[in-house]
Design a protein around this ligand. Structure first.
Ligand code: GRF
Length: 194
């Protein structure tokens, strides 16, 4: 069985989309994969309640309780490793990761970013897309490498930017597509590995 570990910091709607797809498509038998754990760096991450309601093991590692980024990441890596993951999925996990953490999970760490990378890495992507006058925006699933929001592109979705769009309206339109492409990309990845 290939174990998936999902890291969240907030609402966890992408995580929930992956869990729902895994249930609907019976990934345990059809893909040989299961969501082994959901880990959050925030105690109050809403997504934790959903994971618990689905009987998925959860862990919380509050980054503020650690003296340094390195200490937090060492504990996080150990916590993830307990679940022997084939794939670690960042789903709205709002911490910058050091090269040493990324290298530890090299080739089995993916992220979703709410822009059409390589455009607009980093924060405030929707505001920046609107300010730049983009006619299209979207989301990107990519391999995680040491450079923030770089790494090979696994999937993208495109949505229009409407003349009346606020950042929130655009974010909502993009998020709907994230929920489509992320589960698909996770499944494709899992089917591609032994
Ligand atoms: C998504 O827009 C994702 O692309 C970004 O953070 C947001 C997380 O949303 N990295 P959720 O927690 O999955 O609802």
């Amino acid at each position: 069985m290939k174990n998936i570990v999902i890291l969240i910091s907030g609402g966890g709607s992408n995580m929930a989309a992956i869990v729902k797809t895994a249930q609907r498509e019976a990934w345990e038998t059809s893909v040989g994969a299961r969501i082994a754990a959901v880990i959050s760096n925030k105690t109050d991450a809403k997504g934790l309640q959903y994971a618990i309601s689905q009987g998925i093991p959860t862990r919380v590692l509050d980054h503020k309780a650690f003296a340094s980024r390195e200490d937090f990441e060492a504990a996080l890596a150990a916590c993830i490793d307990e679940f022997t993951p084939s794939l670690v999925v960042l789903a709205g996990f709002m911490r910058i990761l050091t090269p040493s953490f990324v290298n530890h999970f090299a080739g089995r760490l993916i992220n979703i970013h709410p822009s059409l990378l390589p455009a607009f890495p980093g924060l405030h992507t929707h505001e920046r897309a609107i300010a730049a006058g983009c006619k299209f925006a979207g989301a990107t699933v990519h391999q995680v490498t040491a450079e923030l929001d770089h790494g090979s592109i696994l999937a993208q979705a495109v949505v229009p930017v409407l003349p009346t769009d606020t950042a929130d309206a655009l974010a909502t339109r993009v998020l709907t597509q994230e929920h489509v492409i992320y589960p698909k990309a996770v499944k494709t990845y899992l089917l591609s590995i032994k």
